[in-house]
Design a protein around this ligand. Structure first.
Ligand SMILES: *Cc1c(COP(=O)(O)O)cnc(C)c1O
Length: 380
């Protein structure tokens, strides 16, 4: 096929996230950062990772931050740093990416779920409190700040405190979001961030970070990410190799300088969608009072004909996704946990109605308008 044809095709297609366009929008700065590292001869745990950790801690208002190899590792090492392991149970939401559960399982602990609220689709504080009260083996809780909006942290932390449970926030989707004035990821004992390319602060490969105000947690994650070493070749505990690369850190530092503008742009596009979809058959995402939404994803609700709408959009070249089609308690890999359909009706119903529309900072207004127009047409 000629390049002309493929260019024509790509101009009518709208990606869910366009990584190439995101890079182009800041390529000079990013290339300079990458070259600086390549020429430095220092690629593992050097000055870039240290500087990035300081800058992220400062941005979030956390005491410390420790870069690791991925968001999944950030959750796992955060849990291990507070002593979670075999025989323990960890409560989380059934409506999240599978990594939240696999990180729990990697520590040797078992995931336990509570249902979500129908508006924000984050852990329901009342349901969470009930599950905590009924299971004395739960030692940690992982609220997931889904789609870029924080969970209702105040009552969740209150419930956790009442039951002596540690709170590790899954902030993979919500870098820069705020709850009652504080950054998501600084409200619990620790926050686990991801720099997967599509996330709010997206890198150019895998990367993650644990932010915390607890020095003991920071110190333990620092040891765990480097084979448990507290000094070179002195291993206090059994850790792993889970380091954030210098190359990623340097490029993320460049991204971090513009993250407020990137988040503002996500919000602007989300508001444009909201306005364009008023009066249509679909429901725009809920925004809870006292929390900012960073719109990692713009997720609408479609009662009834979600899959038909998705197919019609796909025919028109619009890429969408479902985050997530199968709630964790119904995943085949987790069938050993013995949950059944009907256990978490709010999450189950949401999984049948949600649809993520394209949204990324370099998306054009005209593209948002086109997607919205097609949503109207398809659901008429
Ligand atoms: C992306 C994501 C993760 C995992 O992050 P990785 O960096 O891909 O390992 C965990 N939880 C949620 C909710 C995520 O969206």
């Amino acid at each position: 096929m000629s390049t002309g044809a493929s260019r024509r095709q790509s101009s009518t297609e709208i990606a869910l996230f366009d990584a190439g366009r995101e890079f182009e929008a800041a390529s000079a700065e990013l290339e300079a950062a990458a070259l600086r590292v390549l020429r430095s001869g220092r690629y593992i745990l050097g000055s870039e990772v240290a500087a990035f950790e300081r800058e992220v801690a400062h941005y979030l208002g956390a005491t410390d931050a420790v870069g690791v190899a991925s968001g999944t590792d950030a959750i796992e090492l955060g849990l291990r740093a507070v002593g979670i392991g075999s025989g323990d149970r960890v409560l989380t939401s059934p409506l999240t990416f599978f990594a939240t559960a696999s990180a729990i399982l990697a520590t040797g602990a078992q995931p336990v779920f509570a249902d979500v609220t129908p508006d924000t689709l984050t852990l329901d504080p009342d349901g969470t409190r009930e599950v905590l009260a009924g299971d004395g083996r739960i030692r940690a809780m992982i609220p997931v700040h889904l789609y870029g909006q924080p969970a209702d942290m105040e009552p969740l932390i209150q419930a956790a405190n009442d039951h002596g449970v540690t709170v590790i926030e899954d902030v993979a989707q919500a870098f820069g979001a705020r709850y009652a004035g504080s950054s998501a990821g600084t409200l619990g004992d620790a926050g686990a961030f991801s720099f997967f390319p599509t996330k709010n602060l997206g890198g150019f490969g895998d990367g993650g970070l644990v932010a915390t105000h607890r020095e003991d947690i920071a110190e333990r994650v620092r040891a765990l990410r480097a084979h448990g070493a507290t000094a070179k070749y002195h291993h206090a505990v059994i850790g792993r190799n889970s380091r954030l690369d210098e190359l990623q850190a340097a490029m993320l530092r460049a991204r971090l300088r513009h993250v407020d503008a990137l988040l503002a742009r996500r919000n602007e596009l989300a508001e444009r969608y909201d306005a364009a979809l008023v009066g249509s058959e679909v429901v725009s995402p809920a925004r809870a009072a006292g929390r900012t939404h960073t719109f990692h994803l713009y997720v609408i609700r479609v009662e009834g004909a979600r899959d038909e709408l998705r197919a019609r959009l796909r025919e028109a070249g619009i890429h969408t996704a479902i985050h997530y089609e199968v709630p964790l308690h119904l995943q085949e890999a987790l069938s050993g946990l013995n949950y059944r359909e009907g256990d978490f009706p709010v999450a189950e119903r949401a999984s049948k109605e949600i649809l993520s529309l394209p949204l990324f900072p370099s998306m054009r207004e005209s593209e948002v308008d086109r997607v919205a127009e097609l949503v109207w047409e398809a659901s008429d």
